[in-house]
Design a protein around this ligand. Structure first.
Ligand SMILES: NC(=O)c1ccc[n+]([C@@H]2O[C@H](COP(=O)([O-])OP(=O)(O)OC[C@H]3O[C@@H](n4cnc5c(N)ncnc54)[C@H](OP(=O)(O)O)[C@@H]3O)[C@@H](O)[C@H]2O)c1
Length: 253
């Protein structure tokens, strides 16, 4: 009998935005599943806690420092990393949100959000994906959003970037499936992290959002870890181009 396998021993996972929130939980879960971890953050100090947790699980842990709002610089850094060691799992998780009515959005602000959420995912996938294609194995997992499907309120740049990220997921999946490389996305629902602190600080918005979630509560970063370990591992090798919604039922409503 064939059994499902979720172990990642012997693999190396690169996780961006790994210092806090969803990325930290994902990195720790991938380490717990056996992967060695490369944490990508903007400073060593921001990664320290995740690094300690992953190390305490007995994994090899290293860090890469880079600002993903500068995709050209990020691509160079990722290529250097890819030259030094094979990366088997890439989690493009880092992201930012900027909340303002569309008529008030400065173009520079729009560009920063799109560069961070979309362009960086493309250039890192290119830089790390080259080695995956060559080795005929690898998995890329992008952190999408419910705003990969819906419009949102006062978040035009974020919504555009996350819709495009879901499209990029399919486009790369189509190209690289033939090389044994899967490209999927996880679309978290409303998760209690710094990304949503403004929503949770507004009692009316907080209540309205919670009331619409069939599960009756906000998600936590830990709610995402099963999905990332599954999509990274051998049991998901025939799943590609998919955006897996993890939202307590929001999209089903
Ligand atoms: N929370 C939610 O409800 C929710 C829902 C759907 C999707 N998401 C997505 O989930 C991902 C993680 O967000 P989160 O909720 O965990 O929020 P978070 O706590 O705000 O974490 C964001 C992460 O992205 C990193 N980051 C932001 N800008 C960066 C840049 N220019 N260069 C490098 N790293 C950068 C941050 O690094 P620093 O620590 O250095 O700032 C941080 O690690 C994002 O892509 C977000 O869009 C979140």
């Amino acid at each position: 009998m064939m059994e499902a396998s979720f172990g990642l021993t012997g693999q190396t996972a690169l996780v961006t935005g790994a210092g806090r929130g969803i990325g930290a939980a994902m990195a720790e879960a991938l380490a717990a599943a056996g992967a060695d971890i490369v944490l990508w953050g903007r400073s060593e100090s921001s990664l320290r806690e995740t690094q300690e947790t992953c190390s305490s699980l007995g994994r090899e842990v290293s860090t890469v420092i880079g600002d993903l709002s500068d995709p050209e610089e990020a691509a160079r850094t990722a290529r250097e990393l890819g030259d030094q060691r094979p990366v088997d799992i890439l989690v493009n998780n880092a992201g930012m949100i900027s909340r303002a009515p569309a008529l008030e959005v400065a173009y520079s602000d729009w560009q920063r959000v799109v560069a961070t959420n979309l362009d960086s995912a493309f250039v890192l996938s290119q830089a790390v994906g080259a080695g995956m294609v060559e080795r005929r194995r690898g998995s890329i997992i992008n952190t999408a959003s419910l705003l990969s499907f819906q419009g949102g309120i006062n978040v035009a740049s974020y919504t555009a970037s996350k819709h495009a990220l879901a499209g990029l997921t399919k486009a790369l999946a189509n190209e690289w499936a033939q090389y044994g490389v899967t490209v999927n996305a996880i679309a978290p629902g409303y998760i209690a992290t710094d990304n949503t602190s403004a929503l949770r600080a507004d009692p009316d918005r907080e209540e309205a959002i919670r009331a619409r979630i069939p599960a009756g509560r906000w998600g936590t970063p830990e709610d995402l870890v099963g999905a990332v370990v599954f999509l990274a591992g051998p049991s998901a090798r025939y799943i590609t181009g998919h955006t897996l919604v993890v939202d307590g039922g929001w999209m089903a409503r």
